[in-house]
Design a protein around this ligand. Structure first.
Ligand SMILES: *Cc1c(COP(=O)(O)O)cnc(C)c1O
Length: 224
């Protein structure tokens, strides 16, 4: 078994009230079960099919976070059970989540993904798009937009990473004052294995940690 239990306990202590989402993508059910038995309930996945397969067989009180890039045509598969969708990067996607949530008589919590890294490959919205999405969301009773999610640049430059997190926190606080937000603006999802300590210092409420807990992901892990 590849789960690093010592590290898990250490991180839990370090996090205090910050929510730990254990990112289990590409990892087997036994690893998830091992952390579950230690009390972990929040798990994050990136791939729809993999998430659906895992949800079907693992304990029903797991809170599943979808943290990957979600395609509109796949929302329907996770709508019955998903706890929080982190990476909403368009109003169109939010509308589809609303539509699918309504079918199951659910309200699905979502975070809007912000483009903070300078890297071109990362998805996310800018401030204008955020404003539009939030304005539109007030007409979608089956989604609850409760905060932001962001990924810093993949770099060893700590100052740069800190700066990106700080920018995201500033934006999060600013949006919290907008009248269009209805009082549930509470979650700032930022920080991964390599930068979670910085993220917490900069105000993260939720970190998404994979490889530190489950070991490095290899190519052969992919495509389960
Ligand atoms: C894979 C992934 C993580 C976890 O990454 P680690 O570096 O293994 O902690 C966090 N967030 C997102 C969006 C991911 O895709």
């Amino acid at each position: 078994m590849a789960v690093n239990i010592e590290k898990y306990n250490e991180i839990r202590k370090e996090l205090g009230r910050v929510t730990l989402v254990a990112v289990s993508k590409t990892k087997p059910n036994e690893d998830i079960q091992a952390l579950y038995e230690l009390g972990q309930r929040d798990f994050g996945e990136n791939y729809v099919q993999e998430l659906v397969d895992k949800q079907a067989v693992l304990p029903k009180d797991i809170r599943w976070h979808f943290i990957g890039h979600l395609q509109s045509n796949k929302v329907k598969y996770i709508a019955p059970f998903v706890h929080l969708i982190h990476g909403v990067d368009s109003f169109k996607l939010l509308q589809e989540i609303h539509k699918q949530a309504a079918k199951h008589d659910r309200i699905i919590d979502c975070l809007l993904q912000v483009h903070i890294a300078q890297e071109e490959t990362k998805f996310g919205m800018d401030e204008n798009e955020l404003e539009e999405a939030l304005a539109g969301a007030s007409g979608l009773p089956h989604v609850r937009v409760c905060g932001l999610m962001g990924m810093a640049s993949f770099t060893d430059d700590q100052a740069k990473v800190r700066n990106e997190f700080r920018l995201l926190k500033t934006l999060f606080d600013k949006i919290g004052e907008w009248p269009v937000v209805n009082g549930e603006w509470t979650q700032l999802s930022m920080g991964m294995s390599g930068d979670y300590a910085l993220a917490i210092e900069e105000g993260s409420t939720m970190v998404r940690i994979g490889s530190l807990l489950f070991g490095a992901r290899t190519y052969s892990d992919k495509g389960i």
